[in-house]
Design a binder for this molecule. Structure first.
Ligand SMILES: O=c1nc[nH]c2c1ncn2[C@H]1C[C@H](O)[C@@H](COP(=O)(O)OP(=O)(O)OP(=O)(O)O)O1
Ligand SMILES: [Mg+2]
Length: 198
């Protein structure tokens, strides 16, 4: 088994780091790849899995350590699964607020019943840069796209994501609550099982 006390998170997203570290607890310290490099690899894959592996390999190559990557996004039913793997780039790299505005606009006048969506998270763990057998775990979270932003917690599309089981937006959930039920929480649950951490 690899030394998990030194695990690099192949992400430049501070929201992911916070959530994943909280889920892992004190036994594993996640260090952001940002400590080594500010350059983000181009996400050229056609799937969450490919992009997660690509990011994990890149971070492991740069750091020389085992690396965990999270590739995630929002798949909206009415948009045929878009923005999906392109969620972070939906508004051409202008950031979360622009992404959310573009999504609201794309769903303008779309009725409640047709606003279904799911958050997707794929976690990839490589022991070294050329690892031939990355560990892959996925999680989905079903909800609906709101007609206006609500809530201050979380990041990304959280203010637009209605969580039916709690009747709030995911940005209205406390971090502790989001980390128990989110797509990322489900994927991390599987990863912890695979690693024998639970
Ligand atoms: O829990 C979430 N709550 C709200 N929004 C979320 C969540 N999880 C993913 N998302 C959105 C953010 C971003 O628009 C895209 C991920 O894109 P993705 O490329 O995986 O991450 P990123 O570029 O932000 O950081 P990095 O690639 O360095 O890990 O999906
Ligand atoms: Mg990205």
């Amino acid at each position: 088994m690899m030394n998990l006390k030194q695990l690099v998170l192949a992400s430049h997203n501070a929201g992911k780091l916070k959530e994943l570290q909280a889920m892992l607890g004190d036994s594993v310290q996640l260090r952001s790849i940002g400590e080594w490099s500010k350059v983000e690899p181009e996400e050229t894959g056609l799937s969450f899995v490919e992009n997660a592996i690509l990011k994990a390999r890149n971070a492991s190559r740069i750091s020389g350590l085992p690396a965990l990557a999270d590739d995630s996004g929002l798949a909206v039913d009415f948009l045929g699964g878009a923005p999906g793997i392109y969620s972070a780039r939906y508004a051409d790299g202008k950031g979360d607020a622009a992404n959310n505005a573009k999504l609201l606009d794309a769903l303008k006048d779309v009725p409640q019943a047709e606003r279904g969506a799911q958050f997707v998270c794929v976690l990839a763990l490589v022991r070294h840069a050329d690892d031939p057998l990355p560990i892959l775990c996925e999680g989905l979270w079903h909800g609906r796209i709101l007609t206006a932003a609500s809530g201050e917690h979380g990041f990304g599309y959280d203010p637009l994501f209605w969580v039916p089981e709690r009747e709030v937006s995911s940005a209205e959930l406390s971090p502790v609550d989001k980390n128990q039920i989110s797509h990322r929480a489900r994927a991390m649950d599987l990863l912890r099982q695979r690693l024998g951490l639970k």
